[in-house]
Design a protein around this ligand. Structure first.
Ligand SMILES: *Cc1c(COP(=O)(O)O)cnc(C)c1O
Length: 379
């Protein structure tokens, strides 16, 4: 990325660069995992629903995983009539279901009620249930699908009481986030295997969800074994649906310093972006990673341009205080950034570029008209 920025003369700021070479690398790793284990891989497009990314993922993988009508529509537009689209959501709406059931090849219902009322409407898709294994692996309840009183999936203990065999072809679960080892998956499978083996002959597929950084986990042996055993014992298709693993390391936010001053003895640099371009920085209160981190003597606070006092990218140590006009680049924010970005305070969204290893190409640039369209009433 340094070479790209040095040689390509990027002038727009802020800019969001999609590193296609990094996406291709993750897709190759996943293709290898698919080859070794026999699992099928979907791209969970909610992480970054940018058309070229969805198209590239669909070309290399087995389909797209979506959460809503708009995602399903865009996915279908991107991948054409034949590709698989898998949906699960606690937010299925009655009035949208007819269209969804045509757009999607697989639908996992989130509750007994939705399954009973919506599945009765018929359709060509393969019906499934999202189950909740009730095994927590996350300390922050806000991100734990298995928290007490969870809204996500049917409690595994209740599954036995539902008469689903015959009407349901698949089961789905998704319980972790940014996970770097497979032990939660193994423990989850252990817990649900009893329920599974009772009904497995009725099932055609099992979706293990996303949340694992599959391509960053060195030893994939346990996963490969698990998938092979599932396929061997129950003769079903096993899916995974990563999002962040595919795009997380493929996003860079390029900003420029527009002001600097001292505040209570520390240097504050204002950049021409804001944490509203990657709200998880604020949500998790975790500093954004610099492309070129330094360990120098100069403490610097990198702050966004909005009126929010806590609009801060983080505190860093530089060798020397960056000048006004200097570029500051943050890395590893390809997932859950642009999709959550907003125009708070009226700041434009970053211009989007693609880097294919040779050329830096502008894909999309918003301007005042986009802001105006959002907020003007009656044109
Ligand atoms: C968000 C989500 C994913 C993708 O999660 P990542 O952490 O980006 O891999 C997959 N499946 C479901 C049901 C999800 O909600």
């Amino acid at each position: 990325m340094e070479a790209c920025l040095r040689e390509q003369g990027l002038t727009d700021s802020p800019a969001f660069i999609v590193d296609e070479t990094a996406i291709r690398k993750s897709l190759r790793d996943l293709a290898e995992l698919r080859e070794e284990s026999g699992c099928k891989v979907l791209y969970s497009m909610k992480a970054l629903p940018l058309q070229p990314v969805v198209e590239l993922a669909a070309q290399e993988l087995d389909g797209i995983s979506v959460s809503s009508l708009f995602e399903a529509r865009l996915a279908r537009e991107c991948i054409g009539a034949d590709g698989s689209i898998h949906l699960t959501s606690p937010g299925l709406r009655n009035g949208e279901f007819a269209e969804l059931s045509k757009l999607c090849s697989h639908i996992s219902f989130n509750s007994p009620g939705q399954w009973q009322t919506l599945a009765a409407k018929g359709g060509e898709y393969s019906p499934g249930l999202r189950i909740n294994p009730k095994l927590s692996f996350l300390s922050d309840l806000r991100f734990d699908p298995c928290r007490p009183h969870s809204k996500l999936g049917i409690d595994i203990e209740l599954l036995d009481q539902l008469d689903w065999a015959g009407d349901v072809e698949g089961l789905h679960f998704h319980t972790v986030f940014s996970c770097q080892d497979f032990s939660p998956l193994l423990r989850t499978m252990e817990k649900i295997s009893k329920a599974l083996s009772k009904q497995a002959s009725a099932l055609k597929w099992l979706n293990l969800g996303g949340g694992y950084l599959f391509s960053q986990i060195e030893d994939k042996g346990a996963f490969v074994q698990l998938v092979k055993a599932l396929k061997g014992d129950f003769a079903l298709d096993v899916y995974i649906e990563p999002g962040k693993d595919i795009v997380g390391r493929a996003g860079y936010l390029c900003t420029r310093v527009i002001d600097r001053f001292d505040s209570d003895g520390k240097t504050v640099l204002i950049v021409d972006s804001t944490v509203n371009h990657h709200p998880e920085i604020f949500e998790y209160q975790r500093a954004a990673e610099l492309l070129n981190p330094q360990q120098g003597e100069v403490p610097v606070i990198l702050a966004g341009s909005s009126c929010l006092a806590g609009d801060l990218f983080g505190e860093y140590r530089f060798d020397k205080t960056p000048e006004i006009g200097e570029r500051i680049v943050f890395k590893n924010l390809g997932a859950y950034s642009l999709i959550k970005a907003n125009r708070f305070n009226g700041y434009n969204l970053p211009t989007i570029y693609n880097w294919d290893g040779k050329n830096l190409m502008q894909l999309k640039q918003d301007d005042y008209q986009d802001y105006r369209k959002q907020w003007r009433v009656g044109g």
